[in-house]
Design a protein around this ligand. Structure first.
Ligand SMILES: Nc1ncnc2c1ncn2[C@@H]1O[C@H](COP(=O)(O)OP(=O)(O)OP(=O)(O)O)[C@@H](O)[C@H]1O
Length: 200
């Protein structure tokens, strides 16, 4: 394994409908092919599907199929994490092409997730919190669900994490754009410059 790969790992967290996926997609658009978006939920669903003989693609989508297996999948995921807290972090980042020098991890939810990336990638890992007002999240479809929004997966990173960057995503396009420019330029000195040199 190349110990200098990746050059940067941006680990995203945020409440439901804060805009984690939206922000990662914008960043990917701006950074281009050197960048890839990785999710911790994909390997969980993949393994769950394999073991239980289910359709992985359908588990990934927002379908009734996924809803049917959601509970069992959560319970199974918990069991696996209890045995090995970083299992899905490792699986999500196995075999990523060296072309992808910047990784965007779009769905960190637990202290063990952020600890894994900081411990494994040290200064190359940056923790990014995406936040949006509750009313804005509601306008994007968020409705408080007991057992979901008060669970560890939603609240595990609410406190006690030192974020490297906080992105406020309340729907102002220019403001978000400005914050992403700042994010890119502040990692640029140490990291993205190397990437540009590598690919130029
Ligand atoms: N700045 C924005 N401008 C316009 N639409 C936005 C913005 N941010 C988010 N959205 C929209 O709000 C919805 C929720 O955003 P997104 O899926 O990125 O949130 P999330 O934090 O990843 O949510 P979840 O945790 O539920 O997956 C999406 O339809 C997305 O397109």
């Amino acid at each position: 394994m190349d110990s200098s790969h990746p050059k940067a790992v941006l680990v995203f967290s945020g409440k439901r409908k804060s805009g984690k996926d939206f922000t990662c997609a914008l960043l990917k658009e701006r950074l281009g092919d050197v960048c890839t978006i990785l999710t911790l939920s994909a390997p969980l669903k993949c393994q769950f599907a394999e073991i239980h003989g289910l359709d992985y693609e359908q588990l990934l989508s927002a379908s009734s199929y996924k809803e049917r297996y959601r509970h069992d999948m959560v319970v199974w995921g918990e069991k696996k994490r209890n045995e090995d807290p970083s299992i899905f972090c490792r699986l999500a980042t196995l075999d990523v092409s060296t072309q992808h020098k910047v990784w965007l991890i779009s769905d960190a939810r637990r202290k063990t997730d952020v600890a894994y990336f900081k411990e494994t990638y040290s200064d190359r890992a940056k923790l990014v919190r995406v936040q949006a007002d509750e009313s804005i999240r509601a306008s994007r479809g968020y409705v408080f669900k007991k057992g979901v929004d008060d669970s560890e997966t939603e609240c595990g990173l609410d406190e006690g994490v030192l974020w490297d960057y906080v992105i406020t995503n309340n729907g102002d396009e220019d403001d978000l754009d400005r914050q992403l420019t700042q994010l890119i330029s502040s990692i640029q000195d140490g990291l993205i410059n190397e990437i540009k040199t590598d690919v130029s």
